[in-house]
Ligand binder design. Structure first.
Ligand SMILES: Cc1cc2nc3c(=O)[nH]c(=O)nc-3n(C[C@H](O)[C@H](O)[C@H](O)COP(=O)(O)OP(=O)(O)OC[C@H]3O[C@@H](n4cnc5c(N)ncnc54)[C@H](O)[C@@H]3O)c2cc1C
Length: 391
C-alpha cells in the first residue's frame, strides 16, 4: 500500500469548508502568524476579560469559532455530524481550565459523565477525554507525587480526586466508550500516572478503555512505557496510550532553570521526534496488549504510522489504532486519513468563552512559535483557494 503524500490533497482536506470559511481560516492564520500581534492580543484579551469588557462576541467570531465547537456539548453537534459525514470522529473536550474548588471539580466530573452518556448513543463520538487538573488541584498532585505528608483536609481532597477518576472510568467501561486522560506538567504527572495505572488495572481487563497520555518530549517516557508494559503483562491487563509530543515545553524548561534541576525535556526537537517515533514503533510491535491514539499534527510521524501499519499487515481501520488532531488544525491530515479509511478523531474543545481562553492562547502561541505550522496551514489554504478559482 502506498502512503505517498496523501496529505497534499487540499480538495479532500477542506471539503467541508465553503469559500467564505476558507477565507476566514486564511485571515485567522495570517493574524496568528504575526508574533507581536499574538503577544499584544493575548495581553489585551486577558485584561479585557478581567475587566469584564464586552469582547466575547469578538473572540467568538474569530479564534473561538475556529478552534472550538461551542459553549456546550449540544452546540458542537452540527460540527460533529458534518465531520462524521467525511469519516472523521469527534472527542468532546471540555476545555475549562484553571478551576480550584471542590464544587468546580465536581461540576467538571458531571460534565464528563454527561459526555459519556451522550457518546454512548452517537457513533461519531467513540472516545471521551478529561484533564487530571479538571478533577483536582495541581498542587495536590504535586504533593502526592513528591510523597509529602498530607493534611487531613488534603487526604479528603485526594480521596475525592480518586473517586472522580473512578466514577468516570467505570462509566466509560460500562458504556464501552474509551476515555483518554490528558497529560500536563511533569511535576504533577507522577501522581496522575499512578492513578491512571490503577484505573487501567481495574478497567482494562478485557480491552483498553482507559488511556493515559505519554508526552514524548520527555526523555524518560520510552522507559516509562517499557516498564508499564512489563507491569501490564504481569498484571494481565491492557494498556491504552495517547502519544503526543507535549504542550508545556517552555514552562518545563523555565521551571527547571529556575529551580536548578535537569529539564525533563529532550535536548532538541530532533530528539523529541525520534522519541515519538520510537514509541510508535514500540506500540505497533506490542498491539497484542495495547492500543494507541497518536495525537499529532506532524506529517512525518503520521506517514510513519501509516507505513508501520502497512508493513505489519494491519488494516487501515484496525480498532487499536487512532490518529488524532485538534479541531481547527491540520485538516489536511485528518480528512485525508479518513478518506483512506483510517480511524481519525478530532478533539473538539468547548466551554464558556472566557473559561477556554487558556486553551485558545496555547493554540495561538503554538501556531506562532512552532516553526512551519502556521506557514503550512497558510500554504495549504492558498493552494486550495487557487484550485477552486481554476474550476
Ligand atoms: C489530539 C491531541 C491531543 C493532545 N493532548 C495533549 C496532552 O494531553 N498533553 C500535552 O502536553 N499535549 C497534548 N497535545 C499537544 C501536543 O503535545 C503538541 O503540543 C502538539 O500536537 C504539537 O506537536 P506535534 O506532534 O503536532 O508536532 P510538531 O509540530 O512536529 O512538534 C512540535 C512539538 O515538538 C516539541 N518540541 C519543539 N521544539 C522542541 C525542542 N527544541 N526540544 C524538544 N522538543 C521540542 C514540543 O513538544 C512541540 O509542541 C495534544 C495534541 C493533539 C493533536
Amino acid at each position: 500500500m502506498s502512503t505517498d503524500r496523501i496529505f497534499d490533497n487540499t480538495e479532500i482536506a477542506f471539503s467541508l469548508k465553503n469559500d467564505s470559511e476558507l477565507e476566514r481560516a486564511y485571515f485567522l492564520f495570517k493574524m496568528i502568524s504575526i508574533q507581536p500581534l499574538v503577544r499584544i492580543g493575548t495581553a489585551a484579551t486577558n485584561f479585557a476579560i478581567k475587566a469584564n469588557l464586552p469582547i466575547e462576541g469578538l473572540i467568538r467570531s474569530t479564534v473561538f469559532d475556529h478552534f472550538c465547537g461551542g459553549v456546550n456539548e449540544e452546540d458542537c453537534l452540527p460540527v460533529i455530524d458534518k465531520m462524521y459525514l467525511k469519516g472523521v470522529s469527534s472527542v468532546l473536550d471540555y476545555s475549562v481550565e484553571g478551576k480550584e474548588s471542590e464544587k468546580e471539580f465536581d461540576s467538571a466530573t458531571n460534565t464528563i459523565l454527561k459526555i459519556i452518556d451522550f457518546a454512548k448513543d452517537i457513533d461519531a463520538i467513540p472516545i471521551a477525554v478529561f484533564k487530571p487538573t479538571g478533577f483536582g488541584r495541581l498542587d495536590l498532585y504535586e504533593k502526592i507525587g513528591s510523597r509529602e505528608a498530607l493534611t487531613k483536609k488534603e487526604q479528603e481532597e485526594w480521596a475525592n480526586v480518586v473517586n472522580r477518576f473512578d466514577v468516570v472510568c467505570k462509566k466509560a467501561k460500562d458504556n464501552d466508550v474509551a476515555v483518554l486522560i490528558d497529560a500536563e506538567e511533569s511535576w504533577m504527572q507522577g501522581a496522575a500516572d499512578e492513578l491512571v495505572t490503577k484505573m487501567m488495572q481495574k478497567y482494562n481487563t478485557e480491552k483498553p478503555i482507559v488511556y493515559n497520555t505519554l508526552q514524548m518530549y520527555r526523555h524518560d517516557r520510552l522507559t516509562f512505557l517499557e516498564n508499564e508494559h512489563q507491569k501490564a503483562k504481569k498484571g494481565n491487563y491492557f494498556l491504552g496510550y495517547k502519544l503526543v509530543r507535549g504542550a508545556y515545553m517552555e514552562k518545563e524548561n523555565d521551571r527547571a532553570d529556575e529551580k536548578g534541576y535537569k529539564s525533563p525535556i529532550c535536548i532538541n526537537k530532533e530528539a523529541t521526534d525520534e522519541n515519538f517515533d520510537k514509541a510508535l514503533l514500540y506500540m505497533i510491535e506490542n498491539l497484542d496488549c495495547m492500543s494507541l491514539f497518536a495525537g499529532t499534527h506532524n506529517e512525518n510521524s503520521s506517514y510513519l504510522l501509516m507505513q508501520l501499519m502497512a508493513s505489519n499487515n494491519l488494516k487501515n481501520n484496525d480498532s487499536r489504532i487512532w490518529f488524532g488532531q485538534l479541531y481547527g488544525m491540520s485538516d489536511h491530515i485528518s480528512f485525508n486519513l479518513a478518506d483512506k479509511g483510517y480511524n481519525v478523531a478530532k478533539y473538539i474543545p468547548f466551554g464558556p468563552v472566557k473559561d477556554v481562553m487558556p486553551y485558545l492562547i496555547r493554540r495561538a502561541e503554538e501556531n506562532t512559535s512552532v516553526a512551519g505550522q502556521t506557514g503550512r496551514e497558510l500554504s495549504l489554504l492558498t493552494k486550495e483557494k487557487k484550485r477552486r478559482k481554476t474550476l
